[in-house]
Design a protein around this ligand. Sequence first.
Ligand code: GYE
Length: 334
Amino acid sequence: MSKPHTLPPVKPTLLLILLAAACLSSCGQKPSQSASTGNEAKPGKKIVVGFSQIGAESAWRTAETESIRSEAEKRGIKLNFSDAQQNQQNQIRALRTFLAQNVDAIILAPVVETGWEPALREIKKANIPVILVDRGIKVSDESLYTTLIASDFVNEGRLAAEWLGKRLNGKGNVVELQGTPGAAPAIDRKKGFEEGLAKFPEIKIVKSQSGDFNRAKGKEVMEAFLKAEGKNINALYAHNDDMALGAIQAIEEAGLKPGTDLIIVSIDGVKGAFDAMVAGKLNCTVECNPLLGPAAFDAIEAVLAGKSVPKKTVVKDEVFDQSIAKDVIASRKY
Ligand code: GYE
């Protein structure tokens, strides 16, 4: 967006009249998301979108970034990208930078659920639409964001529990690698898993700790689990594939066979998980689709054209287990 515009020279009296007219039409008006935002795309004007991304902790995250970058490029939209390196304060700073840049819209992948209200209130005042992707937030006023595009994480947790319950014939000890503390998918995948396990009273979660959604931490925490529980562990539930892949390394280094001595289920459905399933080291992955670029920019273009968008779009996910991994691996897109 080429703000501030360069205007042709005007006479001082004319300038005063213009300023007064501008004030009459805008002063005292309450901003509203549904009415004209002043941010509508104007023909021929390049749309600018700020994207505050969490970081690059997992293959899932990298696929999401790539989907949003490539979709912006395809549509001729300028993307101001900011990587927060897992830090909410960095994300809040990026939001304020986008505000100062007067971008047309903001895409936010929020690292944690809480703490967004002050920054979002400032953005709402400027009538900049905020599209939440992949993770939800907790706010007292839902009008602080325009729409959320995400998977149902509680359901993903439930699906993982149902699959594992059957695989363990209703009996066994499970260790759990949680995602980033305070993150929507960590909270909801834990909740859904516990709900799903309620049907299997003889399955116990014997250890549960965060592995921060990344491979190195997944490995480190799994090493600690193995040290504490050893052969007492029958299964691992990891909130994402990357932590499961790190844990697989720890299990092998401990002289055990992942996928056989220990049953492993995780979430995301990234290529690495399919490779591990084909190799017999991972037993099941619950898909969580990261290719959110098209839906995010559809929403932005709709809002900028003055159309209404649903408050929430739920991305559909599927369960993939070892038995079908070989047949579908070639068609995986991330
Ligand atoms: O599952 C995980 C990641 O927010 C849904 O974040 C996303 C999660 C995804 O890093 O791999």
